[in-house]
Write a protein of this length. Structure first.
Length: 151
């Protein structure tokens, strides 16, 4: 698959999140439980999401630190293990993957390989935003990296 990659300015976005450290093979099960928990808190408070659900990743050795979240308007607070966090603002390099979640690493690699030639370096943890429900035949997932232009 060929990916179209672009860099655009984004505002910082508040989000309600749950973060957990786990093995790669446990990510899907974790996300399947975390998103409904965050969504239930939003529903309980009558708050409409301010964007699509996302998962942000930080990896060290063999552990994935995964943050599952839903963007929210300003003024919303967390409760219990659902806490307030934010997606970074500034320059964000992104591309959209269409298809199986199992093939998502190709989109991450495409952005990582594109950045040096375009004059950018990564400045934070990447995240993926789920633009469609997982049960659609070809779900769209936006892959995002905070970046800065090299001087």
């Amino acid at each position: 698959m060929e990916y179209q990659i672009s860099v655009a300015q984004h505002a910082t976005q508040k989000a309600l999140v749950i973060t957990q450290s786990l093995a790669r093979e446990d990510i899907r099960e974790y996300l399947d439980a975390a998103f409904p928990e965050v969504a239930a808190l939003l529903a309980q408070r009558g708050v409409t999401a301010a964007g699509p659900p996302f998962a942000r990743y930080r990896v060290d050795a063999d552990t994935f630190h995964v943050t599952a979240g839903i963007p929210v308007p300003n003024g919303v607070e967390g409760s219990g293990r659902v806490r307030l966090d934010e997606l970074p603002g500034g320059d964000i390099a992104s591309t959209v993957h269409v298809g199986s979640y199992e093939e998502l690493p190709a989109a991450f690699h495409a952005v990582i390989e594109w950045l040096p030639g375009a004059g950018y370096t990564i400045t934070g943890d990447p995240w993926e935003s789920y633009l469609d429900q997982p049960d659609v035949p070809q779900p769209r997932t936006q892959v995002n990296f905070p970046v800065t232009r090299r001087t």
